[in-house]
Design a protein around this ligand. Structure first.
Ligand code: ZN
Ligand code: ZN
Length: 179
């Protein structure tokens, strides 16, 4: 995964992992690869521990009360995991920027990628573009990468469920006309 200027792939991967945390290091490795990350050597239990730590910190960013708190929590993640940017062509697929030291393990790579990706996403697209689904009993996290930035639901089923509910609430509140 090359961090694009909007951090989109990294925040989507973070949401995917946070919504359904991997059970072991092998699953973590598989799902990072599926998300497009180049994993040099398979993750270890220590990498899983570090990844879950990163996701825990990231969920606090998602649930922050306001923009200033959100920025502060992202800054803490950056301080924890990011290094000075450097150009690299480690995959031979083109020169790109890394915001971490070379030869990091999977857990450290993930921490840095999630921190930097989230910083790029929020500063590039808008501080509000990270949230949980608007359906009260759904806690699914998503990154809003729509053009308008008004996405409210994690999925179509949740959007439909809420539309039906709002329709019923309106019908119940409406004055009874004739029977
Ligand atoms: Zn790279
Ligand atoms: Zn939902």
């Amino acid at each position: 995964m090359h961090l694009n200027p909007y951090g989109e792939d990294a925040v989507n991967m973070a949401a995917e992992l946070a919504n359904r945390p991997p059970a072991d290091a092998a699953e973590l490795t598989d799902r990072c690869r599926a998300a497009g990350l180049v994993v040099d050597s398979p993750g270890t239990p220590e990498d899983l521990r570090r990844a879950l730590e990163a996701l825990g910190a990231w969920e606090k960013v998602v649930d922050a009360g306001d923009d200033a708190e959100r920025a502060e929590l992202v800054n803490r993640m950056l301080a924890e995991a990011a290094a000075h940017p450097r150009m690299t062509n480690h995959t031979g697929g083109g020169w790109h920027l890394h915001y971490r030291d070379d030869r990091q393990t999977l857990g450290a790579v993930l921490y840095s990628l999630i921190a930097v990706g989230t910083a790029l996403h929020l500063s590039g697209r808008g501080m509000h573009r990270l949230r949980r689904c608007a359906v009260a009993e759904c806690v699914t996290i998503f990154a809003d990468t729509t053009r308008t930035g008004r996405r409210r639901y994690c999925s179509h089923p949740c959007a439909n469920r809420d539309a039906v509910r709002r329709h019923r609430a309106r019908a119940a509140a409406a004055p009874v006309r004739s029977r």
